[in-house]
Design a protein around this ligand. Structure first.
Ligand code: BJW
Ligand code: ZN
Length: 244
């Protein structure tokens, strides 16, 4: 049996499957990844765009970048990889939890429901003055975005509802993600470089708890040597076959 057939067998025998996705699953929808060829961090420094300090220093710059990314995502469509996960969730004999590091919302647009967005959403805005959080899907946004408490013009600011470096993960979703990793039979890791923590830490958590861990990626990652199966290739090609 090859690695692909073995992984298929594990998945089809599983009662609980958890999936961790990263930017690679949206790559085939035309959304740039962070670290790969053409990746966002190849030409920009995360320190200038994706930290609370960067936002405090230059909120206009940060908002222009996020507004551009919102426009890229708005004109993209979910791909066969997203759809395969959404269809798999509909199966009666298996419970699927989808943990995503992606902020693009494409899993939801593909029809998935049980999604834990551990790095937040690019479509959520949050007021740093009053704490209010809301969805806004307008593209382009009127910048700077304003809150009903009037923040945005004066003291407080409205920020993207995403998790930047140095920030904790959302307390309402992170424990569920850890629990999914700890209790699944199969943990599928798709299109992530597995270098950002604590997200990447879900992989050893699942492994130590006894799950079969399967990685789908076009390249090897620091986790490849520690997983039970490596399926090298594009997620939009592998997932439909794997989850069929
Ligand atoms: C394909 C493909 C195809 C391409 N098919 N595959 C432990 C060790 C070291 C450091 C730390 C640690 N713990 C914490 C840290 C610090 C830091 C961190 O991890 N740093 C490392 C980078 C060194 N972590 C944090 O700061 C986190 N917060 C934290 O720890 O808080 C502590 C705290 C607790 C309590 C109170 C206060 C503080 C937060 C991390 C937040 C990350 N945020 C970002 C931006 C989100 C918003 C936005 O999008 O703008 O999240 S950074 C960016 O990286 C984004 C992603 O979600 C994340 C992961 O990237 P991902 O998805 O893996 O993408 P890539 O590009 O890296 O990889 C793509 C992969 O796809 C590649 O492997 C390709 O091969 C593959 N691929 N095409 C299949 N078609
Ligand atoms: Zn407010």
């Amino acid at each position: 049996m090859n690695a692909f057939e073995q992984a298929r067998e594990w998945i089809h025998a599983a009662g609980k499957v958890a999936v961790l996705t990263g930017a690679g699953i949206s790559a085939e929808s035309g959304i740039p990844t962070f670290r790969g060829p053409g990746g966002l961090w190849r030409e920009r420094r995360p320190e200038d765009l994706a930290t609370p300090q960067a936002f405090a220093r230059d909120p206009d710059l940060v908002w222009q970048w996020y507004d551009w990314r919102r426009s890229v995502v708005a004109s993209a469509e979910p791909n066969a990889g997203h759809r395969a996960l959404a269809e798999f969730e509909q199966r009666k004999n298996v419970a699927l939890t989808l943990v995503t590091q992606n902020v693009d919302g494409l899993h939801r647009r593909a029809g998935s429901h049980s999604i834990l967005e551990i790095h937040g959403s690019i479509w959520t805005l949050r007021c740093t003055a009053c704490g209010r959080e809301w969805r806004d899907e307008s593209v382009p946004l009127a910048l700077p975005p304003l809150c009903i408490c009037n923040a945005g013009l004066g003291s407080g600011q409205v920020r993207p509802g995403v998790v930047w470096f140095g920030e904790g993960l959302p307390a309402d979703v992170w424990p569920s993600a850890e629990n999914a990793a700890k209790t699944c039979d199969v943990f599928l890791v798709v299109g992530t470089s597995a270098v950002v923590y604590p997200a990447a830490g879900l992989i050893p958590i699942a492994k130590h708890a006894g799950a079969r861990v399967v990685e789908v990626n076009v390249e090897a990652t620091p986790m490849s040597a520690r997983v039970d199966g490596v399926l090298q290739g594009r997620s939009a090609e592998i997932l439909p076959e794997l989850l069929r």
